[in-house]
Design a protein around this ligand. Structure first.
Ligand SMILES: Cc1ncc(COP(=O)(O)O)c(C=O)c1O
Length: 446
């Protein structure tokens, strides 16, 4: 397809430098397995499972067939005052996979919606138990929780907040970031061990400042994904769980990236052995083919909201929240088929094994190359942190991304990190190709 045949004028691309894109458009027209075909007929190896979504690889026949069957039976049904069989089936499958008593799912269509839903459920839960004063949320610096107003408020990536700072939720605080670029620049498959207790500030400064009785929830990503794959210190999430329990504060894990296999376990909660009260998911649940997200809630949260209405008239809705496309039958059919593929091919375990290959190859090949300031690997993801040009943070990573794309590999620039997070079906030779392509790009870089 010639560039002139693509009507590039009308679309405003998300999280993209649109001016530079217009000069050198990158347009995908097909995908299969680990590869894309571009508009100009080139093959590009998908090194990021299309933004952490396509765990089982592109164009899986089983998933596409399930979608077709669903379209032939129930294409769509209103989500309010009724349900559809496929959404109940998907909910049952997802809760069966989830740890602890995360027994109820509220569906939505994206990670951002899942986060805003989780924050609202936290408020509803506290109100139901007579603690409506609990409205403070605590996120973490450089956390990413999508782009809704709730998500950017608890999120901690400055660029995502700057333009909208006047419209944030009013009662939010942030934990400090979980990275020490000097002591923990490089780690491979391990949790960094800190001398210092990073959560002391929560206990000694943040909670006393707001008073714990006013705090609704703490929200963190088990591993900070969008900021550039930062792994929490050893024991951090367990201790966070204990602190939240001590003060009646809900713990929300945003597992939009770590959910469904990225760490080699079903959820990050399983990897770390910590069960949150609410768990958000989206990416990978349908292998990327149809938008679907959701919030897993512990049984007690659902029960508390229901109990608060035990004397209400029967027509009274307990939670005034939901989306037109909550539990969309076609998305849920895709989810059920995706979970079948993950199970039948044991892909979470494969993600764990390929994660070691990725971590080892990245460290062996890239450590010591020009501009490399750190490499962080855990599960099937690795971030290579680059030294920044003065005043131009992110420019080097962007240039590496562009060069890799020209050389036939899709990587992700995240701040000054270059991130790899391939599909779980990736082969070792493809991992080597991805890492070698980054190495070549780094050697060329000024
Ligand atoms: C941890 C986390 N939460 C929320 C989101 C937002 O998801 P979406 O882009 O589907 O709204 C993302 C997206 O990358 C994410 O990584």
């Amino acid at each position: 397809m010639a560039r002139a045949d693509i009507p590039l004028q009308s679309q405003w691309l998300p999280f993209t430098p649109n001016r530079s894109f217009a000069l050198d458009p990158r347009v995908f027209v097909a995908a299969e397995g680990m590869h894309f075909t571009t508009h100009d007929g080139r093959q590009v190896l998908d090194g990021i499972s299309s933004l952490w979504c396509v765990g089982a690889g592109h164009k899986r026949r089983e998933i596409n067939a399930a979608i077709s069957r669903q379209l032939e039976t129930l294409d769509y049904a209103t989500a309010f005052q009724s349900g559809n069989d496929r959404s109940f089936e998907a909910a049952e499958r997802i809760t069966a996979l989830a740890p602890g008593d995360l027994n109820k799912v509220l569906f939505c269509s994206s990670g951002s919606e899942a986060v805003d839903t989780a924050l609202k459920v936290a408020l509803a839960y506290h109100r139901a138990r007579g603690q409506a004063q609990r409205t403070v949320f605590i996120g973490r610096e450089r956390g990413y929780h999508g782009v809704g107003f709730g998500g950017i408020s608890v999120g901690g990536i400055p660029a995502n907040r700057k333009t909208f700072s006047g419209a944030m939720l009013p009662r939010v605080d942030h934990l400090r970031f979980i990275h020490d670029p000097v002591k923990h620049a490089y780690y491979n498959g391990v949790e960094p061990v800190w001398d210092e207790d990073l959560l002391l500030e929560l206990e000694q400064r943040i909670l006393p400042l707001h008073d714990p009785s006013n705090v609704a929830a703490v929200i963190v990503e088990p591993v900070a994904g969008s900021a550039g794959w930062y792994v929490p210190p050893q024991g951090y999430l367990k201790r966070l769980r204990e602190i939240c329990d001590r003060h009646g504060i809900l713990l929300i894990f945003d597992e939009v990236i770590t959910g469904f296999g990225r760490l080699g376990t079903p959820f990050g909660a399983d990897y770390y052995g910590v069960v949150p009260d609410l768990l958000t998911f989206a990416k990978c649940v349908t292998n990327g083919v149809i938008p679907l997200g959701g919030v897993l809630c512990r049984q007690g949260i659902f029960d508390a909201v229901m109990d608060a209405h035990r004397d209400s008239p029967a027509h009274q809705i307990e939670l005034f929240h939901g989306y037109t496309y909550s539990g969309h039958p076609v998305a849920c059919a895709a989810a059920v088929a995706t979970l079948d593929v993950f199970r039948d091919e044991d892909l979470f375990a494969r993600a764990g094994r390929m994660g070691w290959v990725l971590g080892d190859v990245a460290h062996a090949t890239l450590k010591g190359l020009p501009h490399v300031a750190g490499i962080r690997s855990l599960g099937l993801a690795t971030a290579i942190e680059l030294q920044s040009r003065p005043g131009l943070v992110g420019q080097r990573a962007y240039e590496v991304f562009l060069d890799c794309f020209r050389q036939g590999v899709l990587v992700r620039p995240a701040g000054e990190n270059v991130v790899l997070a391939p599909a779980y079906v990736v082969e070792p030779a493809q991992i080597e190709q991805m890492v070698e392509t980054i190495a070549k790009a780094l050697r060329k870089l000024a």
